[in-house]
Design a protein around this ligand. Structure first.
Ligand code: TTP
Ligand code: MG
Ligand code: MG
Length: 439
């Protein structure tokens, strides 16, 4: 048990709306609703605190929001901008400890147990990082500090916006007791209804329920709730040591429009990505392709898979599908395949659709590659052509900086277009998030 509230939960206030209000001062103090046009069929992503006063909240249909708040300013979602701001904030958090676990676009847990000598006690660290985020990004965060992730998360939400709540060690259960049960992590609507049958409204009511009653009604989940109601949570802050995404790219020595070459390259890239996912013990839920043409115009497209995977086939098929309209009629300079939305393979997957034999085969291939080098084993259709190294890792610099493979005979050795127009001139819009891949 910790003797100091060294786990911080940091969450941005009204994140998407706050970014818009920062960038357009005329919107400050006004009800801002991010999600799209008020007549559109979508839902609210978030609402500024001014709009929340009208009852508008995340996930509400935009038309309902428009009815509640007719003078609201409705704005589209600018995902690339919010991701950029998110990275800036996460970078600030990383100054205080390497133990930063980002849990969504606008929140993270920090374990500052080792940072006290350098930066002072947790409450002081929280004040400093709040000030730094405000000064450097113009955004506010709310922070909770406690001995467990569970209590820190509840605490950060309690005094929003711009809040700071420190829960002293030993006071967790008393802190939670008066709070509504919905504030407890892992209590969904179903559970809430069952608990209501036992007269549970507050977390304190839950803590007072005998363990056997909880287990009888909710099984293992009930036992966990018994602990959580007291603020007990053994989970640790686990920073993402593994990459958040894996991507492989290949630059052709000679730009190509040959569909066969493009297809084989995508397959090689997909194999490399899948091998790295398996090596990392993770699966990806989203596949992205990147296409850069001879005029240096880059486009990216991505798609979420029906279920997360670490196998080359679904990654390749999705990448090919995404790439087809992008490569049509263009001479391609670079292709990239990326896997995003990485997560641990769920235990459940063992009993799911996927054939475990395919997995064992893929793992055996990985082992052979490790033993004999990455070229020892490639699919028959890849043989004979020097393509992207399917087992290769991303270097620190983007892969396009290194020439992988050799010139493919795709229309002769012309280098037309490369030096021609500067990047971004005319034609296609550059991809918003065209960062170099990070290892
Ligand atoms: P939250 O942190 O849940 O909400 P928030 O930051 O807007 O407001 P709060 O001050 O209460 O923290 O979510 C972060 C962002 O994620 C939010 O700004 C928009 C997006 N989001 C959605 O797009 N849909 C949703 O249903 C939710 C809950 C959030
Ligand atoms: Mg938030
Ligand atoms: Mg959040």
């Amino acid at each position: 048990m910790r003797t100091s509230p060294t786990i911080l939960h940091v969450d941005l206030d009204a994140f998407f709306a706050a970014v818009e209000q920062r960038d357009r001062p005329e919107l400050r103090g006004r009800p801002v609703i991010v999600g799209g046009d008020s007549r559109a069929r979508g839902v609210v992503s978030t609402a500024s605190y001014e709009a929340r006063a009208f009852g508008v909240h995340s996930a509400m249909p935009l038309r309902t929001a428009a009815g509640l708040c007719p003078d609201g300013v409705f704005l589209p979602v600018d995902g690339a901008k919010y991701r950029r701001e998110s990275r800036r904030v996460m970078e600030i958090l990383g100054r205080y400890t390497p133990l930063v676990e980002q849990v969504s676009i606008d929140e993270a847990f920090l374990d500052v147990a080792g940072s006290e000598k350098l930066f002072g006690p947790p409450a002081e660290i929280a004040r400093r990082l709040k000030a730094e985020v405000r000064d450097e990004t113009g955004l506010t965060v709310s922070v909770g500090a406690a001995t467990t992730k569970l209590v820190a998360k509840v605490a950060s939400d309690l005094r929003k916006p711009d809040g700071l709540v420190v829960v002293a060690p030993g006071t967790e259960a008393a802190f939670l007791a008066p709070l509504a049960i919905r504030r407890l992590w892992g209590v969904g609507e179903q559970t809430r209804l069952i608990l209501a049958e036992h007269g549970v409204r507050t977390i304190g009511d839950l803590a007072a329920l005998p363990l056997d009653v909880l287990v009888r009604r909710l099984g293992a989940h009930g036992a966990a709730l018994h602990d959580r109601a007291r603020g007990i949570d053994p989970s640790l802050v686990t920073p993402e040591t593994a990459a958040k995404s894996v991507s492989h790219e290949h630059t052709f020595d000679v730009d190509t429009a040959d569909p066969e070459v493009i297809e084989r390259t995508l397959l090689a890239l997909a194999e490399g990505v899948a091998a790295r996912l398996r090596a990392g013990g993770v699966r990806a839920s989203t596949v992205q392709v990147k296409v850069r043409d001879s005029a240096f115009h880059t486009s990216t497209r991505q798609r979420t898979l029906p279920e997360p995977t670490d196998l080359a086939d679904p990654i390749f098929r999705t990448a090919l599908d995404l790439a087809r309209p992008e490569v049509r009629g263009r001479r391609v300079r670079l292709l990239g395949v990326g896997a995003h939305g990485l997560g641990e393979p769920a235990q459940l997957d063992l009993f799911g659709e996927e054939d475990p034999r395919r997995h064992r085969a893929a793992e055996a291939q990985d082992a052979i590659r490790r033993k004999y080098g990455t070229h020892a084993l490639t699919r028959a259709r890849l043989l004979g052509d020097p393509l992207a190294d399917p087992g290769g890792r991303d270097p620190l610099q983007p892969l396009e900086g290194r020439r992988v493979g050799r010139a493919l005979p795709a229309g002769g050795p012309d280098d037309r277009g490369r030096a021609g127009r500067p990047p971004g001139a005319g034609g296609r819009t550059p991809a918003p998030d065209d960062d170099p891949p990070t290892p």
